[in-house]
Design a protein around this ligand. Sequence first.
Ligand code: FAD
Length: 403
Amino acid sequence: MADPAIIVVGGGLTGAATALALAEADWQVTLVESGSRPQTVAPDQAPLIRVSTLNPAVRNMMERLGAWQLLPEARVGKVDQMRVWERSGSELVFSAEDAGLPRLGNVVENETLRAALWQRLTEFPNVDLRTGVAVRRVDDGDRRLRVTLENGDRFHCALLLAADGARSPIRESAGIECSTWDYGQNGLVMTVETGSSHENTAWQRFLPDGPLAFLPLPGNRCSIVWSLPTAEAEDGLDQSAEELQEALKTAFEGRLGDVRIVSERGAFPLLRRSAERFVSGRVVLLGDAAHTVHPLAGQGANLGLLDAAALAEVLERGRQRGLQPDHPTPLRQFERWRRSDVEIMAESLHQLWFLYRWRVPPFPAARQFGTRLINRNRWLRRRLIDHASGFGGRVPRLAQPQV
Ligand SMILES: Cc1cc2nc3c(=O)[nH]c(=O)nc-3n(C[C@H](O)[C@H](O)[C@H](O)COP(=O)(O)OP(=O)(O)OC[C@H]3O[C@@H](n4cnc5c(N)ncnc54)[C@H](O)[C@@H]3O)c2cc1C
């Protein structure tokens, strides 16, 4: 196969979506993934614990890329409402109806979506998929980059897209620094069955140590994300199922009745990270390689997927003006566009996290006042939902509502 114009490193959600968006736009793409190719998830397979709440903008994008249509319905949860509270008697309620949207979001296992994206990628003759091999080194030539894989294969390309995750080896080798805020917490995740119906609602309670979310999956299942101090989250991995179920029920004020754990458990460190540059010469960072945010509003994967849509768009506009993919003009546009959207989101989540941690007066009263204000003001609710739905800033064409 001829040298690709663009190499994407990392075939997680961000990298796979990026490669697919570029393939659709007729670029010659090579996708390099050090792990194995994702396997299609059967409708009745045991639940997978890494899930993402996809916002409506990302759902539009997934539909346009033909990946949404490949998701088994039995693996996709629906979010029609969101309820957020700290103590009983005062809660924030957001609904799809408030925002004039058919749905607030969908809860999907990362691997299920990833498998659908990869399945679509196999349909493109202009995509070369390399799995089980990592990038060994990248050398900058005069006009192109030279990329060498661990197995000795070599390519020249105009542009290298690093979607190789939060610890991004490509970011490191490009010498791009990162600012990091460690929340000192882990997200304890698992799937549970609840005694009563979740009513297609994403439930989140802010506890003194951090938020506990019950995200709706098909049937009476919920995906749990519980932000806890690192040691406590690790204890949660070893606790007996009975003890942890009881702890979950109590922390959740029993709002969905009894809780039964039906999956394995995992704990993931919670960090806010931002690369000092998203673009360095012919290297572009996307997804977790460029930024990570606190999962309290389920936005991390959404941000990475919108990076993919935005990059495909600026490269296409550049091409229409006769520019090569490594031309600085479209890459600068990408950096400006995505940095402002990502920073606004990361900072809002950071402030929200702090706001709910203050237990001393006047903070609890201020939160109650804020809750009442938002509940009474439909316009304000709509603005907040727009932001979380991916429609707050400039929306990439791929993610715009279908007309
Ligand atoms: C507890 C928790 C809950 C979350 N909940 C949500 C949510 O509800 N909604 C949401 O939007 N987001 C959520 N997120 C965030 C979301 O999971 C991530 O933002 C997203 O999965 C990142 O995808 P990515 O493709 O950028 O990175 P990754 O998933 O890390 O993918 C990187 C890929 O690169 C590959 N790779 C690495 N190095 C190399 C190399 N040298 N060569 C080749 N390949 C390489 C890896 O094998 C991997 O496949 C959550 C995060 C946490 C921790």
